[in-house]
Structures are given as structure tokens and as C-alpha cells.
Design a protein around this ligand. Structure first.
Ligand SMILES: [Zn+2]
Length: 249
């Protein structure tokens, strides 16, 4: 029998919960093996879809017809609480409308460019680190502590320089998981803002620069054989100043 919290775990996975509800789910996950398995299955499915689904640009005709279908669905939609909406989705999964909706959703996912997926993943990881209280694994402003710590925990060991004098204090590091990469994360503070800098061994991926969504800014770059993405809710100019320091450092 499925655990009563399974729907909440699904909503947590989809990023639909506020910080307090997300914390409740994380607490529940600590005690419920069934929900941990569910979450792991969802993660595995997402990783496989991202790794194996081909990306393509939809034709203008396909995009127009998708937009029309979605408009029609919107006009018929009634606003319901999240729980009720999910139940009715599953209850109506066999109906033609739900299948149309699902197909449209999959098609919209498939036309997202690769770098957009990366921006989403980096932003999700940033927000997750602030919500879950898992911001720092090794707390130190000393690069002699942080850099060797990475060497023992992840396959990259980026320079971990403190820029407190320029207003960007290194507070520590952690290991996180972004876009199928185990990443080293340098954590900086700038005033009241946290800046996460994700670093992984670069492949041939195109990196987004200067993306802004929901008040968060992302700036990514390649340096030597490493890929970097800095994320924060600080202004793009202030984020850019740290990015310049890291590029030169
Ligand atoms: Zn459970």
C-alpha cells in the first residue's frame, strides 16, 4: 500500500512546495523507506529522460498547435488546491483530455534547449541548499582547508580563494549534484546574500551566461578544463564582480 505522503513527495520532487512544506517532507523522508524509494525512482527517471531524450526545436506549426491546445485546456480549467488537482489528474488519466495535456507537457519539455535545463538544475540546487539547511559541508575561509577537502569528496578540486577584502567572503564548500554531475560547490557570502559557485569537470556542454529567473541570477563559464556556474539572488552586477575575480584568480 502506498504511503499517505506519496503525493507530497511527488510535489516536493516537482518543486511545488513552499519551504515549510518541503522541510516536513524531508523530515518524513528520514523515517519512511517507502517514500525514499519513491523519490529515488523519480530522480532516476528524470536523469534517464534527460540523458536519453533527444532535444529538438519544434516547428512553428507544432508550437502554434501546442499553444492552442494549452489555451483550450486553460479555458476549461477550474482552480483547485494542489492535492485535489493531483487526485483528479490521476483519476482522469485515462481521459483524452489528460492524455493530450501529458503529450503537450512532454513536447514542451523536449523543446527546452540543453542550457535551459542546466540553468533550472543549478537554480534548483541553489534554492535546495538554502531551504534544507545543507549549505556547507566544510566550513572555512581558508583555501588550505577547503581545496583539499574537495579532493577527498569529488573528482575536481577548484581553487578556493577568499575574497573577503573585495566583499565576497568564502564561507566553505559542499558537494552537490547538478545535471548528472557530482559538483564541488564554493559558498561565498556577499552582505546578506549567499552565492553558490558550482564547479565540475567540463565536457563539451554549452554553458548559459547571465540567465535570470524568479529573481535569481546565474552566470556560467569555462576555465581550463572546469565548468563553473555562480548563482545568487544578489544583483547581476554584484554577481559579475565575483565572477571576474574567480576568472582571474
Ligand atoms: Zn512515506
Amino acid at each position: 500500500m502506498a504511503c499517505n505522503e506519496a503525493l507530497k513527495v511527488q510535489a516536493y520532487f516537482d518543486g511545488e512546495l513552499d519551504a515549510a512544506a518541503a522541510l516536513d517532507v524531508e523530515r518524513h523522508l528520514g523515517n519512511c523507506a517507502e517514500c525514499r524509494t519513491l523519490l529515488a525512482d523519480l530522480e532516476t527517471t528524470r536523469i534517464r529522460i534527460r540523458a536519453e531524450a533527444p532535444y529538438f526545436r519544434a516547428s512553428g506549426t507544432l508550437r502554434a498547435s501546442l499553444a492552442q491546445s494549452l489555451d483550450r485546456e486553460d479555458q476549461g480549467a477550474v482552480v483547485m488546491p494542489m492535492r485535489a488537482r493531483r487526485k483528479s489528474f490521476f483519476a482522469g488519466a485515462a481521459s483524452g483530455a489528460a492524455i493530450t495535456c501529458l503529450a503537450a507537457g512532454l513536447a514542451v519539455f523536449a523543446i527546452l534547449p540543453r542550457s535551459d535545463v542546466l540553468v533550472d538544475d543549478v537554480m534548483d540546487a541553489h534554492v535546495r541548499s538554502l531551504m534544507s539547511g545543507h549549505l556547507i559541508d566544510v566550513e572555512s575561509s581558508d583555501h588550505h582547508t577547503v581545496k583539499p577537502w574537495f579532493a577527498g569528496h569529488v573528482d575536481v578540486s577548484p581553487a578556493a580563494d577568499d575574497y573577503a577584502q573585495q566583499g565576497y567572503a568564502l564561507t566553505g564548500g559542499r558537494v552537490d549534484f547538478v545535471d548528472n554531475h557530482r559538483t564541488a560547490v564554493l559558498v561565498y557570502r556577499h552582505g546578506a546574500h549567499v552565492i553558490n559557485v558550482f564547479v565540475w569537470a567540463a565536457g563539451m556542454e554549452a554553458l548559459p551566461s547571465n540567465a535570470t529567473r524568479k529573481g535569481y541570477h546565474v552566470d556560467c563559464w569555462h576555465k581550463a578544463d572546469l565548468a563553473y556556474c555562480a548563482v545568487s539572488d544578489t544583483s547581476p552586477e554584484e554577481l559579475g564582480a565575483l565572477v571576474d575575480l574567480l576568472k582571474r584568480g
